[in-house]
Write a protein of this length. Structure first.
Length: 178
């Protein structure tokens, strides 16, 4: 697969807004800022300039499937860099496809990738057999999921990151204003 062009979170958010009619929570900017203050380094390479909060379960999936709390829940976050040399956010977090993600049902794989690809560049990562296997098996895009796949995904969300009642209420209340 050829490298995808680097896009900003703002561009990705605009694309999600257009395709799914969904905006970020009004609480997102503050949540993001606080998380990056506490976790300022890319989990893979340690970079601190041009890092972003990656949702292990993407925010538009979790909101659509009834778990808006996970957009704001730190258990669903990891800090990854977006620089043009490493690009760990795109590669490790999204398996080289901004509309997808690394399958969180296999959390050991994400941890293994973080360790395995410490300070490795895009060429190395893309040529790795384990990465190629993960990339080929990535889950379907949200708009391509069947009702059964969505139900299974929702069950996976509930099992992997149990709901926090207070955060769920806070997320729902914040989205009412959108």
């Amino acid at each position: 697969m050829l490298p995808l062009p680097h896009i900003t979170h703002a561009a990705a958010d605009a694309s999600i807004q257009k395709q799914f009619g969904m905006a970020r929570s009004p609480l997102w900017d503050e949540t993001r800022k606080n998380y990056l203050a506490a976790n300022p380094k890319c989990a893979v390479c340690g970079d601190t300039s041009n890092v972003e909060v990656h949702h292990k379960f993407p925010f538009h999936y979790v909101v659509t499937l009834g778990r808006p709390d996970l957009e704001l829940d730190e258990r669903n976050f990891i800090t990854l860099c977006e620089d043009t040399i490493h690009g760990h956010h795109l590669l490790i977090g999204h398996l080289d496809d901004w509309k997808s993600y690394d399958y969180p049902a296999q959390p050991d794989r994400l941890d293994a990738f973080v360790t395995k690809f410490k300070s490795k560049d895009q060429t190395f990562i893309r040529s790795d057999t384990a990465f190629k296997t993960a990339e080929a098996a990535k889950p379907p895009h949200l708009d391509k999921m069947t009702a059964a796949q969505k139900a299974a995904f929702k069950q996976l969300l509930d099992q992997t990151i149990p709901a926090n009642a207070a955060l769920t209420q806070k997320a729902v209340d914040a989205r009412k204003g959108l």
